[in-house]
Write a protein that binds this ligand. Structure first.
Ligand code: PEP
Length: 249
């Protein structure tokens, strides 16, 4: 059985007091839940503050990005050991906004995924096709490239601990959600690829999340799909009521 994950990507939102208030409300409402994992991924600047709020709960902490080196002359960057040091368990890698605006590639995702594992962080590796790629029938080819390159060189044991998020780019922040059968088709394909890379048994343990305009009204149908093991939630995670409803799908 794969334990579902509901991860909140707060993106570049929330000042310290706002972040602490939201984290506190989430903790008060769902901080003892044990049958699913809740991961809050706030901006770097409030990771420590949020950590303080969720410390004694079952809620985990994640970052939204990191560098692929552990230390050095990389002005403006944050490393995996720094994230681990302040209590992160997870790190989102290869989000489509990082690919689009900051030049993230499958190769940099791969370097980051390797170092995340060696530091003890669990990467949530995002993959997903753009609208024009889906329209040209290239979805599965793009996903295959992202999965095979982004996760290459990981050991079978590391592969087993991975989290992958399928986030069709056309569904992120647009209000358009993939139909459950569209998500299932791609996520089943991702699990098949993971089986080829890490072994069938390990692939069955890997959590594959869906992301893209998840809201309280569409989460249940998505979660009823065999290969949807949770959600990566953007906009709807900024509001405690909607996030808590999603957690209770
Ligand atoms: C995301 O940022 O990963 C995301 C899926 O955003 P939204 O839920 O707002 O579409």
């Amino acid at each position: 059985m794969r334990k579902p994950i509901i991860a909140a990507n707060w993106k570049m939102n929330k000042l310290t007091s706002e972040a602490m208030d939201l984290a506190r409300e989430v903790r008060n409402k769902v901080g003892t839940i044990a049958d699913r994992e809740i991961v809050l991924c706030p901006p770097f600047t409030v990771l420590s503050s949020v950590k303080g709020v969720i410390e004694d709960s079952s809620i985990k902490l994640g970052a939204q990005n990191m560098h692929w080196e552990i230390r050095g002359a990389y002005t403006g960057e944050v490393s995996s050991v720094m994230l681990k040091d302040i209590g992160c368990n997870y790190v989102i890698l290869g989000h489509s906004e990082r690919r689009r605006y900051f030049g993230e590639t499958n190769e940099t995702v791969n370097k980051k995924a390797r170092i995340a594992f060696s530091t003890g962080l669990i990467p949530i590796v995002c993959v997903g096709e753009r609208l024009q790629e889906r329209e040209k029938g290239e979805t599965l080819r793009i996903i295959e490239e992202q999965v095979k390159t982004g996760l290459s060189g990981l050991t079978r044991e590391q592969g087993k601990g991975l989290v992958v998020a399928y986030e069709p780019v056309w569904a992120i922040g647009t209000g358009k959600t993939a139909m459950p059968d569209q998500a299932e088709e791609v996520q089943r394909f991702i699990r098949k690829l993971l089986g080829q890379m890490f072994g069938e048994e390990n692939a069955q343990a890997i959590r594959i999340l869906y992301g893209g305009s998840i809201n309280p009204g569409n989460i249940s149908a998505l979660m009823s799909c065999e290969n949807v093991d949770g959600g990566l939630v953007g906009g709807a995670s900024l509001n405690v009521e909607s996030f808590v409803k999603i957690v209770h799908y």
